[in-house]
Write a protein that binds this ligand. Structure first.
Ligand code: ADP
Ligand code: MG
Length: 702
């Protein structure tokens, strides 16, 4: 039977049905999948190190003969220890593995083995703990495994490096010419990218590092390119899809802006223009509004909501927590109350009625609010995820605002847009997303950025205290309160957890209110309080009846109390960098100097790095970039990360220039041929259908 690239791996020599099943579970089913299963790393076995020249503490690859085997149970806690002595002409070392007794059967005295690991001194002998290994047998000349740069793959249990290498080589040797090139020639030419055949050969079995790098760039470009196409198409199609054309009255808008207690920053004005243009346009807006914490996103979104309402539509404003929804609601009501357009022509503005919908409304209030929403009497609905529940029917929903979008899942957002036909969408985030990633993750959205803070904001002074300096930090809080200011104290936990030696919000509250700050007014807020209790505490704090508010990360988002100038963070080492930055954003909002104090005991390198960056840096975008570097994109993003893990080889952080060029080329190509119908582009389409099954549906629907 003639194999094609789509054939099942089972028909390859050395695989068979059992191994094929194992590979299939790891996502490798066809010959083509083998080609696209790239090495995780490489080992330069063209320069093997002799045992005598191993350097302590450094990773290296040696090839040696097995000279002793010893499996025993350790004295302590019954650990199984497997100890393998290996030697070459220059010396001898030991390799040890713990609790993996089954490894024993891989080793035979007299056989040669390749070892990759870190040599360490242990009780005056040199040892490698749990090195990676590969038996080479006695034919030292095995051409794929030795004397060259050797690929090392991530493989499921039961498939050895040797087997996979052999199979990869076989597919490269016998089947690769059937592969069709996806990247058009002129694009490859413009960016000096090699052809696909050469690139795949060099990614698996590079002759040298330069060849590997070329292949890496070429394959990354292809991946970015293919990944961007659906995003760009979605964006193009959206602009064709009919949405609402809001008839916005500018004079009225200007009159409203004049009543604000501040003037908008240039950045806010610019962003507002972008939003207005989208709202007026006949297509449906999908705009991501980015801005550092405190940059004033809320007022921009509130204005957008007012505009929608004044045009006879409803706006839904979704916030991640009840206290935040409450705060937005109060503020909007206050802002509206100072604005009463005089002339009768301005009736739409006087008919604006906001409503607050959260899950803890009493049944009767809820029913009546739901009726008003359905009748269109309430035309700006602010709420939590309660907004997307069943039973919430809008009369004429025209605009959706999602605040702090990173707190919501993609699916929750989608549910809200189902409440109406093609409403405009404004999505806000205060986790500034480095441009590298926003292009990968939000390539289908339009993006607006508020790039400056309101004038007169003072830099927040940030200082880290060790546990021994705790008193000093507390004393500082006291001084600020004496000056009439207020303080937030954030703890990582609500209640004591016997397993963790961490003070909880409840414990700190007790200690503060009964001992340390006995003479001051201390409050406590966390997510397990009932909503009216939360509200009660927030109102008291806002009105200055409390000096110190002990809280959990419930404070992280949105809370705005300008007189609060101190943020004390307990166990700061337990928070992520972006999260710390969000919390710090709660202060520095008024006329007074503000201070962020960290009580931290950073035990790991990561934690130390985070604290250092946080103390030194105040720009949210820079902090996000550092955070990404420290944590990697997987942890940085929760749900949306799925998109990132789909990338097999390309890395948007390290290869931003490639990502940019790939996106530019993809845009150009799609502008000319949006249906991917032209002759060479059909290959792109085929490849995309293979990679993203949902993309085919998308193209069919048209
Ligand atoms: P975020 O972007 O973090 O959501 P907010 O919208 O909560 O920030 O705004 C932070 C604070 O700044 C609020 O008290 C808000 O009223 C105030 N504010 C917004 N815009 C301006 C401005 N142009 N000048 C002065 N203060 C402003
Ligand atoms: Mg906000």
């Amino acid at each position: 039977m003639a194999l094609t690239l789509d054939s099942c791996v089972q028909y390859l020599k050395g695989i068979g049905p059992r191994r094929a099943e194992v590979l299939a579970k790891a996502g490798i089913s066809s010959l083509e999948d083998i080609l696209y299963h790239f090495p995780r790393r490489y080992e330069d076995r063209s320069h093997l190190v002799s045992i005598a020249s191993l350097e302590l503490g450094k990773e290296a690859t040696v090839c040696a003969e097995i000279v002793s085997l010893n499996a025993r149970r350790g004295f302590h806690r019954g650990v199984d220890i497997l100890e393998v002595g290996v030697a070459d002409d220059t010396g001898r070392i030991f390799c040890v593995w713990f609790n993996q007794p089954f490894l024993r059967r891989y080793f035979k005295i007299g056989e040669r083995v390749i070892l990759f690991g870190r040599a360490e001194l242990y009780r005056d002998r040199i040892q490698m703990a749990s090195p990676e290994f590969e038996i080479v047998g006695d034919e030292a000349a095995e051409s794929l495994d030795i004397n060259r740069i050797v690929p090392v793959y991530s493989l499921p249990q039961g498939i050895s490096q040797k087997v996979f290498r052999k199979v990869a080589k076989a597919v490269l040797d016998h089947h690769i010419l059937r592969l069709t090139e996806v990247l058009p020639f002129d694009i490859r030419n413009r960016h000096s990218l090699g052809n696909i055949v050469k690139s795949l050969i060099n990614i698996h079995f590079p002759q040298n590092d330069a060849a590997r790098l070329d292949a890496y760039n070429r394959l990354s470009f292809e991946e970015f390119f293919l990944y961007q196409i659906p995003l760009i198409l979605r964006k193009l199609k959206r602009r064709e899809k009919k949405g609402i054309s809001f008839k916005i009255d500018d004079t009225l808008l200007l009159a409203f802006i004049k009543t604000l207690p501040f003037s908008l920053t240039d950045s806010q004005r610019k962003v507002l223009e972008e939003i207005k243009a989208d709202m007026r346009a006949p297509f449906c807006m999908q705009r991501l509004l980015q801005g550092d914490v405190g940059s004033g996103k809320t007022i921009v979104a509130a204005i957008a909501a007012l505009l929608a309402a004044s045009c006879g539509y409803q706006a839904a404003f979704m916030a991640p927590t009840e206290i935040l929804a409450q705060q937005h609601y109060e503020k909007l009501k206050a802002q509206l109350s100072t604005f009463s357009p005089s002339s009768m022509d301005h009736r739409p503005w006087t008919n604006i009625k906001p409503g607050l919908l959260t899950s803890s409304l009493k049944d009767k209030e809820r029913q009546s609010l739901l009726r008003d929403i359905k009748d269109g009497k309430v035309n700006i609905v602010i709420g939590t995820h309660a907004l997307i529940q069943e039973g919430v029917d809008f009369n004429k929903l025209g605009l959706i605002v999602v605040d702090e979008q990173h707190k919501f899942g993609v699916s929750q957002r989608a549910l809200l847009s189902k409440k109406s036909v093609n409403p405009d969408c404004l999505i806000m985030t205060a986790t500034p997303i480095p441009r590298t990633l926003s292009m990968t993750l939000y390539g289908d959205l339009d993006v607006s950025v508020i790039s400056e803070l309101p004038k007169g904001r003072k830099k927040i002074e940030t200082k880290a205290f060790s546990l021994e300096e705790k008193e000093e930090a507390y004393e500082f809080v006291r001084t600020q309160v004496k000056f009439g200011r207020q303080a937030f104290v954030v703890c990582p936990l609500i209640e004591e957890n016997p397993k963790l030696e961490i003070s909880s919000a409840k414990a700190i509250y007790k200690e503060f209110s009964q001992k340390i700050f006995k003479d001051l007014k201390v409050g406590l807020i966390h997510g397990r309080l009932k909503r009216d209790e939360q509200e009660d505490v927030m109102v008291k704090f806002r009105q200055g009846e409390l000096d110190i508010l002990v809280a959990t990360t419930i404070l992280e988002v949105g809370i705005d109390v300008p007189n609060a100038t101190v943020m004390l963070i307990e166990h700061a080492e337990r928070f992520g960098l972006s999260q710390l930055h969000q919390m710090r954003g709660r202060i520095g909002r008024g006329e007074h100097a503000s201070f962020c104090l960290l009580l931290a005991q950073p035990n790991t390198e990561d934690a130390q790095a985070r604290i250092k960056v946080f103390v030194e840096e105040s720009d949210g975008f820079k902090i996000a970039e550092e955070d990404l570097k420290i944590r990697g994109p997987g942890e940085f993003f929760g749900e949306r990360q799925s998109g990132l893990t789909e990338l097999k080889i390309a890395d948007p952080l390290k290869q931003f220039h490639l990502l940019k060029s790939a996106r530019e080329e993809a845009t150009k190509l799609l502008n000319a041929d949006p249906k991917l119908q032209a002759r060479p582009n059909t290959e792109i389409k085929k490849q995309l259908y293979k990679r993203f099954p949902e993309f085919e549906k998308f193209m069919m629907v048209g």
